[in-house]
Structure formats: C-alpha cells, structure tokens
Design a protein around this ligand. Structure first.
Ligand code: ADP
Ligand code: MG
Length: 422
C-alpha cells in the first residue's frame, strides 16, 4: 500500500515522497494505522524493515494535527548512533512542518551538554535520547515532560541486552501516565513481553513473521579453520572487485585490531578500519562517516554495531565467526540489502561454530549453502551436524513407545517441532 492511503497530512506525504519512500513496508502497513488511532503498540519486525517511520509518522501526524507545545514526544534508544539516525530521519519527515527535535546522548563535550539542556528548557518537541544521558538531565530538574504524549522505546531488545532496564524504569517515573507508548523490537523474547506488560496499556501487538534476513540477501557460508579466514577474505574480495562497502563482523572485540592488520598485510593498499564499543564515541562516529562516504572499503565491527548501523549500499557482510546469539546473525546480515536492495552475506564456520550455525538455520528456517573452500587454502573442516538424539537400535523399544517413528532421525535444524514431540 502507498503512504497516501494512510490518513496523514499532505506536508508529511510530501516529505515522504522527497525521501523516495513509495510503498509502505509490512510493519508500516500494519502498525501505522493503529498508532494513528493513538493506541499503544508493541511491534516486532526484523531490522531493516522500516520501524523508525512506523513510529515517527504517527507522532508527527499528531503534532501537525493537534499542535505541539513543549516536549511532546520522547524516543528512547540504546545507542548514540541510533539517536542520530532517527533524528535525521525525523528531520526528513518533518521538513515541511514546524516540529523541532534533538538527539540527546552521552559525549564528552560541554557544548553538547549545554545544547541538550537548552533543548529541554526550550521544550523541543521530539527528544531522541539514550537512557544514561537522559537520566543525567532529568536529575537536574529542568526537564519538563508535563506535555509529553508519546513515548517510544526503540530496539527494546537491545536495550535489555545492554542492561538499561533500571534506567528505563527510572525514566518512566518522570513521564505522565497518560500517554501513547510504542515499543519496537527485532525479537519477541519473553523479557520483551514482560516489559511490554508493565509499560504498555492495552497494546496492539504486531509481529511480522519470525526474524529472517531480508529477501534481498544472498546467504552462503564456508567451513574454515581459524587460520584460513584471512586468506578467505582475500579470495572473496578478489572475486568482487566492484564491491565498495564490506562489513566484517566478529564476536570478540579483541580480535578487531588483529583482523584489521591481517587484512592490511594480505591486501596491499586496501582501506580497512575497525570499530567497537571500546572506541570513544567521537572516534566511532568518524570511522562510520568514512565508511559511509566509501573512503573506507572494509569495516570490521562487533555485534553492538550490528543493530545500530544503517548504511545504504553495503554490498557484503562477512561473519568472521558465527554469532553466539542466533538473532545477532539476522541483525548482522540485515546490514546489507537495506530496504529492498540486494546484498550478500557470507559466514565463516569453524568446527566449534557448527552447533551455533545450526541454531541459526533453525531460526531462519532454511539451510545456508556451504561453499567449497578454494583449494589453495587447504582442507576445510567438515560440516557435520551432530543429531541431538542419535537414532539408537532400541529406538522402537519400550521407552519410546510414545514417540512417532518418523521425523526423529532427521537433523533437528529442519524443523524444531519434529524433535520436541512428546
Ligand atoms: P528498522 O528500524 O526496522 O531496522 P529502519 O527504520 O532503520 O529499519 O529502515 C531501514 C531503511 O529503510 C532506512 O534507510 C529507511 O530510510 C528505509 N525505509 C524504511 N521504510 C521505507 C519505505 N517504506 N520505503 C523505502 N525505504 C524505506
Ligand atoms: Mg530501528
């Protein structure tokens, strides 16, 4: 469906078309009408499906229609990068309106603090804030949330992962009870549902399928021993000289600098940088800017970055190792093929990674092609799925009378159900 089928103001529709949004994404189609009614929303959809516009447009519609005095809307986000990104998208949508906004996040510059304080004291309409910095301002007493009517928790799953739950509860004590609350998450984990119960009021729950990488991503994998991985990167990049932006994920922060220097040694003159939560935020931003501007071709990052980065035109995501949490695979892979574009994701699987990769295949409900390692890199480890309940001779014996005989011999990644039969 197109955006003009929603009941939203012309000024917003104009901005939407300037931003080249043509069709609403499935989450937008389902959740925007509910949010426009002012109802609470719990929305769950994979990354890259357009959740930001899902909450920004209904908020802006309310502000355009009913006027905005003071701070009317608060968006809480896990990271500085995300705050900036949402603020930018908001500035696009609100271009033809009188709404103003401010991203509020931690940093070390006094100037930032003063500007943020000014945004609060002047009653900036939409505040997009990270929890810690927001609380620091709240404690000083000048934040006025009396006019607040929208509260959004974006990437709620990430915020829980990052241990922001107490901060969120504290923030809730400062906002009016009568408000519209919207919660967004990429996963519908039990903790998310628990949190939703306590902060949402009779919400409409909207869930778009289970987490699966966007359609446009081609996924494949290589079995590889750790010492073969740099050679494999060299091989892959040599195959795709046209790729401008390649994102490499690793689960371990301390691996980043060694991967970066190994790539530098292996491929002469390549522009490669690393980024992790250990970096100062300013440095992180600069690294991201260079990557966005395609000055840096290869960026090596950790999972913390996998949810926050929205960079168009990432051609390839390489998982240097298999993420511990299957949902992180979806987040990592979701960095490519943003919004209908095409992209590629390649995962390196070492022997010890196999069970984790099997969990991922279960989650995404498909098996990923395992490509043969280029012969010059030597012998690859074997892809061997250990069945959870190996079929035993006495399988049909007494103890298993209730079990159906079919299905149990299949590897459990095909369909979970088959093995959870009672
Ligand atoms: P999510 O929060 O679900 O991960 P985002 O809201 O960040 O996803 O959207 C991902 C990208 O898709 C952004 O660059 C956004 O501008 C773009 N986008 C979102 N909705 C649409 C749409 N309906 N049409 C085109 N592009 C869109
Ligand atoms: Mg988002």
């Amino acid at each position: 469906m197109t955006f003009d089928e929603f009941n939203i103001d012309e000024t917003l529709l104009d901005a939407i078309s300037y931003m080249h949004f043509e069709k609403a994404s499935p989450i937008q189609e389902k959740a925007i009408p509910v949010a426009l009614e002012g109802r609470d929303v719990l929305a769950c959809a994979q990354t890259g499906t357009g959740k930001t516009a899902t909450f920004l447009l209904p908020i802006l519609q309310d502000l355009v229609k009913n006027g905005a005095h003071g701070t009317t809307s608060l968006v809480i986000v896990p990271t500085r990068e995300l705050a900036i990104q949402i603020d930018q998208e908001l500035q696009g949508f609100s271009y033809f309106t009188n709404t103003n906004s401010k991203a509020v996040y931690g940093g070390d510059k006094g100037k930032d603090w003063d500007e943020q304080k000014k945004a609060f004291t002047e009653g900036t309409n939409v505040i997009i804030a990270t929890p810690g910095r927001l609380i620091a301002h709240l404690r000083l007493g000048y934040v006025n949330f009396r006019h607040l009517r929208h509260l959004v928790l974006d990437e709620a799953d990430r915020m829980l992962d990052m241990g922001f739950i107490d901060d969120i509860r504290q923030i809730l004590s400062y906002v009016p009870a009568k408000r519209q609350t919207m919660m967004f998450s990429a996963t519908m984990a039990p903790e998310i549902q628990k949190l939703a119960k306590t902060i949402l009021n009779n919400p409409e729950t909207i869930q778009i399928a289970i987490a699966k990488p966007a359609e446009g991503v081609t996924q494949s994998a290589y079995m590889a021993h750790p010492h073969q991985k740099i050679g494999l990167i060299t091989h892959i990049l040599a195959q795709h000289p046209d790729f401008e932006s390649v994102l490499i994920f690793t689960s371990t922060k301390k691996n980043i600098s060694s991967i970066v220097s190994a790539i530098k040694r292996a491929i002469r003159g390549i522009q490669v940088e690393g980024i992790s939560s250990d970096f100062e935020q300013n440095d992180r931003e600069e690294v991201l800017l260079r990557f966005r501007a395609k000055q840096t071709k290869v960026l090596v990052a950790t999972d913390v970055l996998s949810r926050g980065i929205d960079i168009k035109g990432i051609n390839l995501v390489i998982n240097f190792d298999v993420p511990r949490d299957a949902a992180d695979y979806v987040h990592r892979v979701g960095r490519t093929a943003r919004a209908d574009a095409k992209g590629e994701a390649i995962t390196f699987i070492s022997e010890s990674d196999i069970p984790r990769f099997v969990r991922i295949e279960t989650l995404i409900e498909r098996s990923v092609d395992k490509l043969p390692l280029p012969p010059e890199l030597g012998e690859a480890p074997e892809w061997k799925v250990v069945e959870r309940k190996p079929r035993k001779k006495k399988f049909y014996g007494k103890g298993n009378r209730n079990k159906k005989s079919s299905g149990n011999h299949k590897p459990f990644f095909r369909k979970k159900k088959q093995n959870t039969e009672k």
